[in-house]
Design a protein around this ligand. Structure first.
Ligand SMILES: NC(=[NH2+])NCCC[C@H](N)C(=O)O
Ligand SMILES: [Mn+2]
Ligand SMILES: [Mn+2]
Length: 324
C-alpha cells in the first residue's frame, strides 16, 4: 500500500528529496555507543521506509561519517569544555555537509550521534535558509534538557549540553579551532527557539531561559495543558511564515520508550506524544530539516531495539507518515 504523498514544505524547492547525513560521533559526551546509532537506525530499515512508504528520493553517500581525520590527537580542555577541538572540527565539517543539501532546497535529515552535532546541522541549515530565502529560521528543540549551558556554567563540561548556547551566541569563542568558525549567518535568534519536553534543566540554564525570554514548554506544561495545546502554542510562537529545523533528542521520550540513551530522565513524553509533535510540525508545511540524536544502542541494551524503533517512528512522523 502506498501512502498519499504528504511531502510538502513550501520552503523547499525539492520537497520530495531527502539529503541524509549519518553522523557516528560521540565526542560531545563521555559514553561510548552513541556513534553506532546511525548504522542501527539504517539497519532497522529507516531509509528504505522513507523511500518505499513515503516516496522520498534519498540522497545519501552511503557512508557513516566518523570524521576520524578531523579528530585531533591532542585536545586539552578549554574553558571547561571537554574535547573542544574535536567537536568543533566535526561540527564544522557537518555544517557544510548539511548546508550543501539545504542550499539545493532539499530536506536534510541528520542521524546522530550525540546532541553536540546540532552545532553543525543547525548552523548549516540556518546559513542555507538565509541565502536562499533571506529569512531567519526557527528551531524546535524536543529534549529533556535545554542544552543551553555556557561552557563555564556547565556541570559536566560535556559539549552536548551546550549546543544551543553557541548557536544563539549566548556562548562565544573566537578561536577558529574552537567554534570561532561560527559566523553571523550560522546563528539562530533566541526569539526563534522553542523547547518542548524539558524536565532536567541546570540552574544557569533556567536563568538564561528567563533572562532571554526563551519560549520553553516543560513536562509540567504538558501535564497542565496537554500535548495538543502545547504544540499549538509552540507553533503559534514561531508563526506560520518561518522555516523550521526540528532537533529531536530521543531522551525527550520517557525511558519506558527510549531507555537506550546517555542521560535518561524519568517523567518524559510517551512515544505517541513524541510522534504527535513530529506529525504537527510536518503539517505546518514549514519543516526543512530534522536531527535525531542520542540513541545509544549499547546502553540498556535489552531496550535498544525498542529505542531504535521509537527513533524510526519519530523520523517517519516528521516526514509525513500518518495514522490514516
Ligand atoms: N544532549 C544531552 N543529552 N544533553 C544532556 C546535558 C546534561 C547536562 N545539562 C549537562 O550540561 O551536562
Ligand atoms: Mn537530552
Ligand atoms: Mn539534547
Amino acid at each position: 500500500m502506498t501512502l498519499p504523498p504528504t511531502i510538502a514544505s513550501r520552503f523547499l524547492s525539492h520537497p520530495n528529496q531527502l539529503g541524509v547525513v549519518a553522523v557516528g560521533f560521540n565526542g560531545g559526551q563521555m559514553k561510548k555507543g552513541v556513534e553506532a546509532a546511525p548504522m542501527a537506525l539504517i539497519d532497522a530499515g529507516l531509509l528504505t521506509q522513507l523511500r518505499d512508504d513515503l516516496d522520498y528520493e534519498i540522497h545519501h553517500d552511503d557512508i557513516i561519517h566518523y570524521y576520524e581525520k578531523d579528530i585531533p590527537a591532542e585536545d586539552p580542555d578549554h574553558r571547561n569544555m571537554k574535547k573542544p577541538r574535536a567537536v568543533s572540527a566535526v561540527t564544522e565539517r557537518l555544517s557544510s555537509q548539511v548546508y550543501n543539501y539545504a542550499k539545493d532546497g532539499k530536506f536534510v535529515l541528520t542521524l546522530g550521534g550525540d546532541h553536540s552535532i546540532a552545532i553543525g546541522t543547525i548552523s548549516g541549515t540556518a546559513k542555507a535558509i538565509r541565502e536562499r530565502l533571506g529569512r531567519e529560521m526557527a528551531v524546535i528543540w524536543v529534549d529533556a534538557h535545554a542544552d543551553l549551558n555556557v561552557p563555564e556554567m556547565s556541570p559536566s563540561g560535556n559539549i552536548h549540553g551546550m549546543p544551543m548556547a553557541f548557536l544563539t551566541r549566548l556562548a562565544r569563542e573566537d578561536r577558529p579551532d574552537i567554534f570561532g568558525w561560527l559566523k553571523d549567518e550560522h546563528i539562530v535568534s533566541t526569539r526563534k527557539l522553542v523547547y518542548i519536553g524539558l524536565r532536567d534543566v541546570d540552574r544557569g540554564e533556567k536563568q538564561l531561559l528567563r533572562e532571554h525570554g526563551i519560549k520553553a514548554f516543560s513536562m509540567h506544561d504538558i501535564d497542565r495543558h496537554g500535548i495538543g495545546r502545547v504544540v499549538e502554542m509552540a507553533l503559534a510562537h514561531i508563526g506560520n511564515d518561518t522555516p523550521i529545523h526540528l532537533s529531536f533528542d530521543v531522551d525527550a521520550l520517557d525511558p519506558q520508550w527510549a531507555p537506550s540513551t546517555g542521560t535518561p530522565v524519568r517523567g518524559g513524553l510517551t512515544l505517541r506524544e513524541g510522534d504527535f509533535i513530529c506529525e504537527c510540525v510536518h503539517e505546518t508545511g514549514n519543516l526543512v530539516a530534522m536531527d535525531l540524536v542520542e540513541v545509544n544502542p549499547s546502553l540498556e541494551s535489552v531496550g535498544a531495539a525498542e529505542t531504535i524503533r521509537a527513533g524510526c517512528s519519530l523520523v517517519r512522523s516528521a516526514l509525513g507518515d500518518t495514522l490514516l
